[in-house]
Design a protein around this ligand. Structure first.
Ligand SMILES: NC(=O)c1ccc[n+]([C@@H]2O[C@H](COP(=O)([O-])OP(=O)(O)OC[C@H]3O[C@@H](n4cnc5c(N)ncnc54)[C@H](OP(=O)(O)O)[C@@H]3O)[C@@H](O)[C@H]2O)c1
Length: 264
């Protein structure tokens, strides 16, 4: 899949205006999940800009220019549960088709053969455009590639200066699929990481911008920071253009403190 370097993470966003503002300032990838309980909010924000007269600028956004991504939770992964759950997500989002539907975690009712085959049938039938996976380890990814007969459309995984997973990036490069870095700001904790703060000071920018630039400089990574204010939304989108030196990237790669925010 072609995904923009920076998309919008929407976990905990409960105001459609934040989603609409993100679209106004240029976001074209919206990430939600059934478990966030806000698919309808995301759908409302999208509809506010893709139907009628469109946004504050009066320009209507083409729905097809936006990648709408959501995830099936671990109790929606049995073969006969996948199709109804996907349909319910699409209805809550108010879209005919979900552009990218992920297995949220390979846990609970997940069975590689049954779950992924059921998801693949939805691609053929139309309500899902692409099948992604999230929180997979390399053996899970290899099994998924075997079952699908192709790589996942994307792998969404936790990735930030306090949780760097180079082996997962190598695997993605080898098989040719994008990695979507979630919690790229470590939920705000990048401000506490000396190596990130030093690079930010050198560029006269924020640790958040450096964390996004660090992640998106890595092939084949895109990031989905969550932000609710227009100021943060704009700053995060612009951060992908910040160029770090090889030495700066290496200094952040070498951070030894490790904190996984979302262990299983
Ligand atoms: N697949 C999975 O299992 C999984 C798990 C976790 C998350 N995710 C996805 O990843 C997305 C992002 O992760 P996340 O929400 O955990 O955390 P995050 O993006 O790492 O950090 C979000 C926090 O940083 C703040 N922030 C954003 N931009 C900022 C800026 N420019 N300057 C200062 N602070 C800023 C936000 O505040 P404001 O809101 O006030 O701007 C919010 O408190 C989620 O929304 C979700 O879509 C996926």
């Amino acid at each position: 899949m072609e995904l923009p370097s920076v998309g919008l993470g929407t976990m905990e966003i409960d105001d459609p205006d934040a989603v609409a503002t993100a679209l106004d300032v240029g976001y074209r990838h919206l990430d939600t999940a059934r478990i966030y309980d806000n698919e309808a909010v995301v759908g409302e924000g999208l509809a506010a800009r893709s139907t009628g007269d469109g946004g504050v600028a009066g320009e209507r956004i083409d729905r097809d220019d936006v990648t709408v991504a959501t995830k099936l939770w671990i109790d929606d992964l049995a073969a006969d549960a996948v199709a109804p759950a996907a349909r319910e997500s699409a209805d809550r989002l108010g879209v005919d088709a979900i552009d990218l539907l992920y297995v949220h975690r390979p846990r609970g009712d997940y069975d590689p053969e049954a779950t992924l085959s059921a998801l693949d049938r939805l691609v053929d039938a139309g309500p899902v455009r692409n099948v992604g996976v999230s929180n997979f380890e390399i053996p899970d990814l290899d099994r998924a590639i075997d079952v699908l007969g192709r790589p996942p459309a994307a792998h969404q995984t936790e990735l930030h200066p306090l949780f760097y997973r180079p082996a997962l990036l190598d695997h993605a490069r080898e098989h040719g699929y994008p990695v979507v870095a979630y919690s790229p700001l470590a939920g705000g904790r990048v401000r506490e990481v000396d190596a990130v703060v030093e690079v930010a000071d050198a560029h006269g920018t924020t640790p958040e911008a450096v964390a996004i630039a660090w992640a998106t400089a890595k092939e084949p990574v895109v990031a989905i920071p969550k932000a609710s204010s227009e100021e943060h939304l704009r700053a995060n989108l612009a951060a992908a253009d910040l160029e770090l030196t090889d030495a700066e990237v290496a200094a952040i790669d070498a951070v030894e403190r490790e904190e996984e925010l979302f262990p299983e």
